[in-house]
Design a protein around this ligand. Structure first.
Ligand code: SAM
Length: 284
């Protein structure tokens, strides 16, 4: 088809033709701004060699241009009411594959065929963090993950230590990826309009994480313990969490031996610092 799905007239026509109603519960705000689509594709670096896994295609605002730019697109859509629409629009394209499923219950290893595979998603805001966490923690052999998320979440994803938005999510993203914000997106770029601003985040996946803790589970517990109680000191965060077997005195001496004041706050620590502390906590 030559008409762009980002055209509001086309969106209206599709709604009428298929009796489609937007579901707030599935975060259905569809893109109607072609420049956002363009910036997503260019910013991600998609070429004719790229295989794309698109999460939540909706009416296909991104899908349409992805199919033109990439080698192939596998779209995973949860809402079964969108399947006939997507099949009618793109089913004749040989490089289009559609899966009607919840991405959180889908094993992407079954889909990833080559090293040049990326994920692109305009995510429903209510499940942004679970989806991003699942994609990163499963260590899928992806080149990158590009996600449109609420602007506030994007800031937390890319924040570095000592910045206001730095937290457990920043530490997780920094552990697995090099992340940056491609651009901000205003509510008028969607229909229906969301009540918040959005941003597109590009995460380039690393072959191995930036730090190499002795015990990854203890490393992530250390990060979680510190940020669960943001306003507490490093010592209180760790000792009140109940995650570790050491007494408060033992944790104090671990921190002092490593040269950290027990009264510093967690947000001043980098992932390298968390790694050093967790290595000691996992040893004793
Ligand atoms: N990509 C389209 C666009 O930009 O216009 C639609 C984006 S809309 C914000 C989010 C899409 O994700 C919706 O189509 C929704 O039905 C779908 N979705 C919601 N939860 C999902 C899940 N768990 N797995 C797969 N798709 C999901």
């Amino acid at each position: 088809m030559t008409d762009r799905v980002t055209n509001p007239k086309i969106v209206k026509e599709l709604c009428e033709r298929y009796g489609f109603r937007f579901k707030k519960g599935l975060g259905q705000n569809f893109l109607i701004d072609e420049s956002v689509v363009e910036d997503t594709i260019v910013g991600t670096g998609i070429t004719r060699n790229t295989s794309v896994i698109e999460i939540g295609p909706g009416f296909g605002s991104l899908t349409q241009s992805l199919l033109e730019a990439a080698k192939d697109v596998t779209a995973i859509e949860l809402d079964s009411n969108l399947i006939p629409v997507l099949t009618d629009l793109f089913g004749s394209a040989e490089n289009f594959h559609l899966i009607n499923a919840d991405v959180l219950k889908t094993d992407l290893n079954q889909i990833i065929q080559n090293e040049d595979t990326v994920v692109v998603a305009n995510l429903p805001y209510y499940i942004t963090t679970p989806i991003v966490s699942a994609l990163l923690e499963k260590r899928y052999p992806l080149k990158s993950i590009t996600v449109m998320v609420q602007k506030e979440v994007a800031k937390r994803m890319v924040a570095t230590c000592r910045e206001k938005d730095y937290g457990a999510l920043s530490c997780m993203v920094d552990y697995y990826t090099n992340a940056s914000i491609l651009r901000d997106v205003k509510p008028h770029c969607f229909t229906p309009q969301p009540s918040v601003d959005s941003s597109i985040v590009l995460m380039k996946l690393l072959k191995t994480p930036k730090v190499n803790p002795k015990d990854e589970a203890v490393y992530f517990k250390t990060v979680k313990a510190v940020f669960l109680q943001r306003r507490k000191t490093l010592l209180n965060g760790l000792s009140n969490s109940g995650f570790f077997s050491q007494t408060k005195e033992e944790i104090t001496s671990i921190l002092e031996e490593l040269g950290y004041s027990p009264t510093v706050r967690g947000e001043t620590l980098s992932i390298q610092d968390f790694c050093r502390i967790s290595d000691q906590l996992s040893q004793r």
